[in-house]
Design a binder for this molecule. Sequence first.
Ligand code: MLT
Length: 201
Amino acid sequence: ELSFIHRIKPATEPGKPPILLLHGTGGNEDDLLSLGGMIAPGSALLSPRGKVLEGGMPRFFRRLREGIFDEEDVRRRAQELADFIAQARESYNLAAPIAVGFSNGANIAAAVLQLRPEALAGAALLRAMVPLQDPPAVDLTGKPVLIVSGASDPIVPAENAKRLTSLLTGAGAVVQHHVLPTGHGLSQTDVALTKAWIDQL
Ligand code: MLT
């Protein structure tokens, strides 16, 4: 029995990297499956549902309020998600996945990179923030990371997204950061950028 409610869509083409889909606040395991099919056709898709509920809305960790995180919970939940990834890899015979996370899902993916880097082969972080103010030192040498921010995102300050980019770059990750003329919601450009980034991995 795996530790998260999830969907799994087996690969239809060999050699494509598995994708770990991580939804935003109020989403669920079904939300990003069609996005996954667009950005990574042929890849296995693994899509867990966040276990934390905020007024009935699933998330991947607790927050005190918007943008202020319960960092003890971030750490615990990142460990729990990394354990799930390991279990799922064994059950479904998957290589280390590329995380594709939106909003809260991007934030937990960033925390997994900082706390359990071996769990992910890389990550596309759509509208991500810095998840931990005081992260442990980590070696992300060569790990591919895409960060796509919105210039007028009311939830993620531009400075915060830049700080995440430099934290991950400083740890050795190969980071591409794009800032789109948009807000917190995803656009067609996010889809196109993420697909192109996955294609060149
Ligand atoms: C978070 O709580 O992770 C961020 O505020 C993004 C979101 O609204 O989920």
